[in-house]
Design a protein around this ligand. Structure first.
Ligand code: SF4
Ligand code: SF4
Length: 82
């Protein structure tokens, strides 16, 4: 999963573009739910939020480093739940 750092300027651009609805506005800045972020695996070739973020504040979450296979399995779980 990816993570939004405190460099986020709350520009609102990423939230509507996330295919997994993993991004929400938290207490101060936008946040990513690691249980929902597949790094866009299953939907797009590149993470949409990273492509769009004007301040490049969305790195991989060091606490949620996942393989492509793991991300794919998460995608399939999320699809099954909808
Ligand atoms: Fe959503 Fe994709 Fe960004 Fe993860 S990488 S938060 S799934 S847009
Ligand atoms: Fe924050 Fe970047 Fe999302 Fe804008 S696109 S709300 S700066 S994380």
């Amino acid at each position: 999963a990816l993570r939004i750092t405190d460099e986020c300027i709350n520009c609102d651009v990423c939230e509507p573009e996330c295919p997994n609805q993993a991004i929400t506005l938290g207490q101060e800045i936008y946040e990513i739910d690691p249980d929902k972020c597949t790094e866009c695996v299953g939907h797009f070739d590149e993470p949409q939020c990273v492509q769009l973020c004007p301040v490049s504040c969305i790195p991989v979450d060091p606490q949620h480093v996942e393989s492509r296979e793991t991300l794919w399995q998460k995608f399939q779980r999320l699809q099954a739940a909808t």
